[in-house]
Design a binder for this molecule. Structure first.
Ligand SMILES: [Zn+2]
Length: 248
């Protein structure tokens, strides 16, 4: 089960599993998710207090990961390279086939291609695949979230998608225009929704002042945690390669 608690570092969400163990264990995974395991009989209050007592350690671990990730091997469109889709790791498979197409199944993204050595074709295929998924999924998620908060922000929006490198999203409240970067498709749905909520909150407050964060906190109490997740450099460096549209 996923639990969210208030700590001095902001709201922290963690996934709790009960196990036949003696002590409470806490891990921060490379994708920014926090996993806690506890003995079968531990009370929720005890586990919450344990997580709260580690809030600084958790925040530091999340920051450290962003730094460590810069040392990740470079993504090079080779068989076995690691990709990300909706927050999950996928292993790239490059397979020779009479026809060019991409298929995905749990944990694997397979590029079927006439000539395995043609990295440009592999790169183009992957970019096309991500673009297609983003074009399908991002408007759907945006519709879901904006409908949920229609009472606060209205419901007519001009949603645009882009391959923007420097921003995950942006908003022009006077035109009711919201831009989302297709690059978000690398991240888990909760993180994508956090960006959508951030942009929606700009509909009532343009600047990043205290009143903006007041609105944001109401609809996205975990926003600090997602901010950290979106900074994950290991995902970001792979993402930069794929969306650079540069041929190799
Ligand atoms: Zn903003």
């Amino acid at each position: 089960m996923v639990k969210s608690i208030n700590t001095p570092s902001g709201i922290i969400s963690y996934e709790l599993t009960r196990k036949d163990i003696k002590n409470i264990n806490l891990r921060v995974k490379s994708n920014g998710k926090i996993k806690v395991s506890c003995p079968m009989r531990s009370s929720y209050g005890k586990v919450d207090n344990f997580v709260i007592s580690r809030h600084e350690w958790i925040t530091n671990a999340l920051d450290r990961q962003s730094v460590k990730a810069y040392n990740m091997p470079k993504f090079n469109y080779d068989d076995g390279d690691i990709l990300y889709y909706l927050g999950d790791e996928y292993t790239l498979r490059v397979v020779e086939n009479d026809r060019n197409f991409i298929s995905s199944k749990q944990g694997e993204l397979t590029v079927n291609i006439k000539d395995k050595r043609d990295k440009n074709m592999v790169a183009m295929g992957i970019l096309k695949w991500y673009t297609k998924q983003a074009n399908k999924l991002l408007p759907m998620l945006f519709f879901q979230e904006s409908t949920k908060y229609a009472d606060m922000f209205g419901s007519d929006f001009d949603l645009r998608l882009s391959d923007n490198k420097s921003r995950w999203g942006s908003c022009t409240p006077s035109l009711r225009k919201i831009m989302l970067s297709r690059r978000l498709i690398f991240f888990d749905i909760d993180s994508i929704n956090a960006v959508i909520k951030h942009e929606l909150a700009h509909m009532s407050e343009c600047n990043h002042g205290a009143s903006f964060y007041g609105v944001l906190e109401k609809i996205s109490p975990n926003y600090k945690q997602y901010k950290n997740r979106l900074k994950q450099a290991n995902i970001c460096s792979v993402l930069a390669v794929i969306f650079s549209k540069k041929t190799i």
